[in-house]
Write a protein that binds this ligand. Structure first.
Ligand code: PHE
Length: 467
């Protein structure tokens, strides 16, 4: 264990499994259960999945390995890690700082959606969904709830308070222990929902929709969507994996851990897709867009299926658990900045970061109420703008800079020395994997990410290069 500046020992994960579950908990979230099924469904089903898998292996995996490696080597959160390995350079330190800012921004809108899902646990317990006479009623009900400031801000507050408790107790007693309980529950709930979906009459229509590739839907736009999804779903580009890696022991293998996290994350996305689309199609519903899919359609789907009361509760608990384990990783990034760099006491740091995030989240929370639903830029309200800037600009930018940092600045000589710790077997018997990682991180990842980034900022379309 490294000695902290204050003389205190830096905490580490209690076990390799603890790290894997916590990191998988960060990766698996609203991005998998809400976003992935819809985007995949809308963008060519299996064809999108193939493109997504290619992106996640070519870019997601190499960047994940790079991030965890930086964290474990420096034993600091993003700001301290880039500062330490970047020879105190201002430029690299600001890459770390960008991660902390992105953490605040993502958490501020993520917690709002997480608050909705917590609120829907209560609605499903109350049996509200059984009172809807027509499918449209579910959408109207969603609108009436999300335009009620007390409802959204109330659940936002409760959600932030829950996340705070886990981070307050620290790495082993809070995050690791929480993930060890929540992640298995999440896997079981999701499997139960998938089996329920598959055994519904008409489930095959959903499977057909989700698994038959429609290659005609694949174009530049969809490839870029798949890339963006790869970043968001793996929690990379803002230092979450880096921070979790900083609590990792040198005995553990970064390469195999990264692969395990990626496989868990991808499997959950696909299982969620199966669970959701079999249920949607068995009920003759149309797969709708974005937040609509889950909050408008799922209640209707569940209210008309056998055991629906029970399964609707399970579904929203599952969604909330997935959101909590991701939110705590975002909160840990910003908290660790104050703990590592400013030597703050963890309790004080977590409370301050949560309070700031809560206030930052209020305009996003109010973006669906008449108080503040103005379209500020184009058709985007405040919530959409924060989501767009953090997910589509800052994450790819952070990922790009991380790849450049490891491959071109810190250098593979030093990086490989660190990576070898805990991965001796791969270095001795499968060195080609290391060579592949180097090529992907040095060339493929930066170039492809740059394309996503330019696209996100609308530069490609300005240049008339949208293909
Ligand atoms: N990976 C999370 C999800 O899929 C979101 C997230 C992004 C979490 C970035 C932490 C950092 O929902």
């Amino acid at each position: 264990m490294t000695q902290h500046k204050t003389g205190k020992k830096r905490e580490q994960w209690g076990s390799k499994l603890g790290f894997i579950l916590a990191a998988a908990g960060s990766a698996i979230g609203l991005g998998n259960i809400w976003k992935f099924p819809y985007v995949a469904g809308d963008s060519g089903g299996a064809a999108f999945i193939v493109v997504f898998l290619v992106c996640i292996f070519i870019i997601g995996l190499p960047v994940t390995v790079g991030e965890i490696l930086i964290g474990r080597t420096a034993q600091r959160g993003p700001v301290g890690a880039f500062k330490k390995l970047g020879n105190n350079s201002r430029l690299w330190t600001s890459v770390g700082a960008l991660g902390v800012v992105t953490g605040f921004l993502i958490l501020s809108f993520y917690a709002v959606v997480a608050g909705w899902s917590l609120g829907y646990v209560v609605e499903s317990l109350k049996g509200t969904f059984f009172t809807f006479e027509a499918p449209e009623a579910a959408g109207m009900y969603f609108q009436s709830l999300t335009s009620n400031p007390y409802w959204i801000i109330g659940f936002l507050f409760i959600f932030m308070a829950i996340s705070l408790v886990f981070v307050l107790f620290g790495i082993q007693k809070g995050i690791e222990r929480g993930s060890k309980i929540m992640m298995p529950v999440l896997f079981i709930l999701l499997l139960a929902l998938m089996v329920r979906g598959l055994t519904l009459k008409g489930a095959s229509k959903g499977l057909e929709f989700f698994f038959s590739p429609d290659w005609s839907k694949i174009n530049g736009q969809v490839i870029l969507l798949a890339l963006g999804q790869a970043f968001f779903t793996m929690s990379i580009g803002m230092g979450a994996m880096l921070t979790y890696g900083s609590y990792m022991s040198e005995k553990d293998n970064i390469l195999s851990s990264s692969l395990q996290i990626l496989i868990l994350d991808t499997a959950i996305s696909i299982i969620a897709g199966v669970a959701i689309f079999t249920a949607v199609f068995a009920n003759g519903q149309d797969p709708a867009e974005g937040p609509g899919l889950i909050f408008h359609i799922i209640p209707v789907v569940f209210s008309s299926m056998p055991g629906g009361y029970f399964f609707s509760i399970l579904f929203f608990i599952l969604l909330t658990i997935a959101a909590i384990t991701s939110a705590i990783s975002l909160l840990e990034v910003i908290t660790s900045y104050l703990v590592d760099e400013k030597q703050w006491n963890r309790k004080k740091a977590v409370v301050l970061c949560s309070v700031i995030t809560f206030f930052l989240a209020i305009p996003s929370a109010l973006s669906y109420t008449p108080i503040f639903n103005d379209k500020l830029i184009g058709d985007k309200n405040f919530f959409d703008i924060i989501d767009f800037v953090s997910s589509n600009i800052f994450l790819p930018l952070g990922g790009l800079l991380t790849a450049i940092f490891v491959a071109w600045f810190w250098g593979f000589d030093k990086a490989l020395l660190e990576m070898k710790k805990g991965a001796e077997d791969i270095f001795e018997n499968h060195f080609y994997l290391i060579k592949l990682w180097k090529i992907f991180l040095r060339y493929f990842a930066p170039v492809l990410i740059l394309v996503v980034l330019l696209h996100s900022m609308g530069i490609l379309s300005l240049l008339g290069l949208e293909f």
